[in-house]
Design a protein around this ligand. Structure first.
Ligand code: PLP
Length: 492
């Protein structure tokens, strides 16, 4: 950053930064952000600092005296930037990417400026009502019916935890809200079902809510990594015979390792028959339902009790923003509402107070981000970008399929390809695992691309995810060329 203008700063003994100073630094910071995003490709996508490098460059004690903002800005360039892994980089193809966008960044700035706490309607009517409006828009965008009511939480992990809590709350006679779970011999142990490929956040939700890891039964998957409904049915039967109480099933639309899609329609039928809460984790994949020709991924979702979709994964929304929809908001409210005297308002009977639907009291004005992004890009603009990612994902997987030294390890229902190098003559699994681990590490060390891995049936598999706002065909080509070149060097 270049903040060398010789402005004499007036140090205020009390109060905030004066408006003129705020305006100047604000403009400079916005310019810096615009340049940063414009030049992002010139930076290594993966930070290559060593553990402790950032900390060791910063004083261990806070400054007693005011410091010039210019110096703070200088340290962003000198100390912070080298320690940034650039999630906005077009060659960030690791995990499930979340990229921010211009409108998302501006909305975040505005949200911090208002700094409202949307715990109650009264504490900022616009926060509650904009959340209601944008979630109604978003619900239509992904093709869900009006039966679904929505709320914004921070992450999918927290959304799913609330789903599991609601599932527990709807159990007749359980009354865990009042009595808790510990030390009781009047209730059966709870059992939650999710596929072997479900995200670890489901396990964490079960840990948090007293279900425990023993209370989770992992259902096997087929050769395309989808939950096997007949195995779910058998597991429920078996558990009922053995004194467990089946209470919640989590199906995934877009699993983390391979983006497989559980057969939600069949799973929903089992849940309806058994009166079990069905939660759908569509944290990443659900965004693809904005593309009309991808709506099939939600087959059966209408029969679910709840679903989570993360705009902060694939809809260009700065972290964090996770959307939770449920058909049973009353159950969720019953689980969490606790209105103490100092939080009562005269409007309570006619408005929605979002604090009633979750663990947190205070809540950020996150819907501004959805509002800015949906309005700036338009639904068709968002769909066009996701459609392009789907095309690029398929293109990359076709290159893998055609190459004699690479193999695809899972179907590609979205834009994520799971693959590995498999050169002719190397068939020993342990050697293939170490070859692929080395290949990924060498590719990442170039700083040009960032890829991560998973393991499928014990095999080390590289994942390439196309979901970044700035990713174009040329970036996917860079990744592919690097993979081929680095493999050649390894097997030479
Ligand atoms: N569910 C799935 C399928 C995921 O892939 C992830 C993260 O990648 C999560 C949940 C957790 O998301 P969050 O970081 O928003 O908690």
């Amino acid at each position: 950053m270049n903040f060398n203008e010789n402005h004499q700063r007036q140090i205020q003994p009390l109060g905030d930064m004066p408006p003129e100073e705020f305006r100047r630094y604000g403009h400079e910071l916005i310019d810096w952000i615009a340049d940063y995003l414009d030049n992002i490709e010139s930076m290594p996508v993966l930070s290559n600092v060593k553990p402790g490098d950032i900390k060791n460059n910063l004083p261990q004690n806070p400054p007693a005296e005011p410091q010039p903002m210019d110096k703070v800005f200088e340290d962003i360039d000198k100390i912070i930037l080298p320690g940034i892994t650039h999630w906005n980089h077009p060659n960030f193809m690791a995990y499930f990417n979340s990229t921010s966008s211009g409108p998302g960044i501006l909305a975040e700035l505005l949200s911090a400026s208002f700094n409202v706490n949307g715990m109650l309607w009264k504490t900022s009517p616009a926060s509650t009502e904009l959340e209601q409006v944008t979630l109604n828009w978003f619900r239509q965008m992904v093709g869900l019916s009006k039966n679904f009511w929505g709320i914004i939480y921070d992450t999918a992990s927290v959304s799913s935890m609330h789903a599991i809590a609601a599932a527990r709350e709807q159990l007749a006679d359980y009354n865990s809200r009042l009595k808790g779970l510990a030390g009781r011999n009047d209730i059966k142990r709870l059992r939650l079902y999710a596929s072997e490929q479900a995200h670890s956040s489901i396990d964490k939700g079960a840990i948090t809510l007293g279900v425990g890891l023993e209370g989770i039964r992992k259902i096997p998957v087929d050769n395309e990594f989808r939950m096997i409904p007949s195995a779910l049915k058998d597991a429920i039967e078996d558990d009922k015979k053995n004194g467990w109480l089946p209470f919640c099933v989590v199906a995934t639309v877009g699993t983390t390792s391979t983006t497989s899609i559980d057969p939600v329609d069949e799973i929903a039928e089992i849940c309806l028959k058994e009166n079990i809460w069905l939660h759908v984790d569509a944290a990443h994949g659900g965004i693809a339902a904005i593309v009309p020709e991808m709506r099939h991924i939600f087959k059966g979702v209408e029969k679910a009790d709840s679903i989570v979709i993360n705009p902060h994964k694939w809809m260009f929304t700065p972290v964090d923003l996770s959307v939770f929809f449920t058909k049973k908001p009353k159950v969720l409210k019953q689980a969490f509402s606790l209105v103490v005297e100092y939080l009562k308002t005269s409007e309570d009977s006619v408005v929605e107070n979002y604090m009633d639907y979750g663990i947190q009291l205070g809540r950020r004005f996150r819907s501004l981000k959805l509002w800015f992004i949906i309005r700036y890009f338009g639904v068709e603009g968002i769909a066009a970008r996701i459609r392009e990612h789907l095309r690029l994902g398929k293109l990359f997987s076709s290159w893998v399929d055609e190459h004699p030294s690479f193999e695809r390890m899972a179907p590609v229902p979205f834009s994520t390809t799971c693959f590995r190098a498999h050169p002719a003559g190397t068939d020993d699994e342990a050697s293939l695992n170490s070859l692929n681990e080395k290949l990924m590490s060498n590719v990442n060390s170039t700083g040009k691309v960032f890829l991560t891995h998973t393991k499928l049936n014990g095999k080390f598999v590289i994942r390439l995810v196309v979901s970044g706002l700035r990713t174009e065909e040329k970036h996917v080509e860079i990744a592919w060329e690097l993979l081929k070149n680095e493999l050649e060097k390894l097997i030479d």
